[in-house]
Design a protein around this ligand. Structure first.
Ligand SMILES: *Cc1c(COP(=O)(O)O)cnc(C)c1O
Length: 395
């Protein structure tokens, strides 16, 4: 059996998106900036997409900027707010320790430029405390950036409360909603955010395209200079096939949402129930306040990397928390932030489901994952030490 359980990394493109992509590339190849009919036809389709995406998010069309994806949208939101902050003498940015690297690395860059970056901790449930956010805000703060949902452990952050706080204190608020859009209800008015990032390939659209919502009046600086596309804030000929495919995927995802979320949540809970039976294991992140499709576990005494390779042999595509950045095996910053010690954080497994998965696949996972964990433990010196009492169990 083949099971694709890595939907948080990227999702399979929806048929509807594939069709629209091909049709647009074939028939609407005019440059939306050209004055002739093929160009103007492309332009009107582009603006139609802007309207449709705005409608899904509860935004105005002119508040939607098309980007190359979630990373670019995150970068542009943060750098825009930081730039204005500097002009006003406000150089403090408040975020969390569990953000995606697109946010964390951008903040790191700003830190080197002299900004004060505060990365709030999260509780062992993987959720930032609203009191901590409130306590961190002062009159030097130009931006708060807190993700809607975490990509590793799926936890949903209290973005609406944070939005209210920021509005009351007139501080700009960005939320990276890349994992949330298309998977749960996302409305910019309800959140009260000034910026929101989304990415097509996380909800069945193509890779390399996304959008940034920018509230009217919020500062916006361009990262890419050139032509006057996207109101002069993002140069480069628009990728109309990708933008139309993203729009089609989003509309389909939203149309299916209540039912798909119900189905995926049921599979998630069944999978959690099955994997919890593995001794010395623990679910990562809050059990309730998590994305419908996210299952993240730590298994003591094993290495996540070997687990992934063995699962791959069984046709299971999964992911681990340990980011293998630059060859060094650093455990995931998210798992460390929820209090997992290095050894435990290394034995992590993330299975992320979509409505394409089936209950039969879930049963297959429940059957195979424990076998692989047991096999690896059988060969693990750490596990032997744990058994012999030379080390103490944490989980
Ligand atoms: C995938 C992801 C991104 C990056 O999006 P890309 O379109 O791949 O650049 C940013 N934030 C989160 C939370 C993500 O899951």
């Amino acid at each position: 059996m083949k099971v694709y359980a890595d939907n948080a990394a990227t999702a399979k493109m929806r048929e509807s998106a594939l069709r629209v992509y091909a049709e647009t590339a074939q028939n609407f190849y005019g440059n939306p900036s050209s004055l002739h009919s093929p160009g103007q036809e492309a332009r009107s389709l582009l603006e139609e997409c802007r309207e449709e995406i705005a409608a899904v998010l509860g935004a105005k069309p002119k508040e939607i900027l098309f980007t190359s994806g979630g990373s670019e949208a995150d970068n542009q939101a943060i750098l825009s707010a930081a730039h204005l902050g500097k002009l006003k003498g406000k150089m403090k940015i408040v975020s969390t320790a569990i953000e995606h690297h697109a946010v964390l690395h951008t903040l790191n860059k700003l830190k080197k430029e002299g900004y004060e970056i505060v990365l709030l901790p999260v509780g062992s449930n993987g959720i930032v405390r609203i009191e901590d956010v409130e306590a961190a805000l002062d009159d030097k703060t130009c931006l708060v950036s807190v993700m809607f949902a975490n990509n590793e452990i799926g936890t949903l952050q209290p973005v609406e409360e944070i939005g209210r706080l920021c509005r009351a204190k007139k501080i700009l608020f960005h939320t990276d909603a890349v994992q949330a859009v298309g998977h749960t209800a996302v409305n910019v008015e309800a959140i009260g955010c000034d910026y929101l990032a989304l990415s097509a390939h996380k909800f069945g659209g193509p890779k390399g395209v996304g959008a940034l919502y920018v509230r009217t009046g919020a500062p916006l600086y361009s990262l890419i200079e050139g032509g006057a596309q996207e109101r002069g804030k993002r140069a480069g000929t628009e990728d109309l096939p990708a933008i139309r495919a993203m729009t089609a995927a989003l509309k389909e995802a939203i149309g299916e949402l209540p039912e798909a979320a119900k189905k995926v949540t049921a599979m998630r809970d069944r999978l959690i129930e099955g994997l919890e039976k593995i001794p010395h294991s623990a679910l990562n992140g809050d059990r309730e306040k998590r994305l419908p499709g996210n299952v993240s576990f730590c298994f003591e005494g094993i290495e996540g990397e070997s687990l992934l390779l063995l699962l791959d042999d069984k046709g299971i595509a999964a992911s681990s928390g340990s980011a293998c950045t630059s060859g060094s095996l650093d455990p995931s910053h998210v798992l460390l932030a929820i209090g997992r010690v290095h050894d435990v954080a290394h034995g992590s497994l993330r299975l992320t489901l979509s409505a394409e998965n089936t209950p039969e696949e879930i049963e297959y996972l429940i059957e195979e994952v424990p076998k692989v964990v047991e096999y690896l433990r059988h060969m693990s010196p750490v596990w032997r030490d744990l058994q012999e009492g030379k080390r103490t169990f944490i989980l």
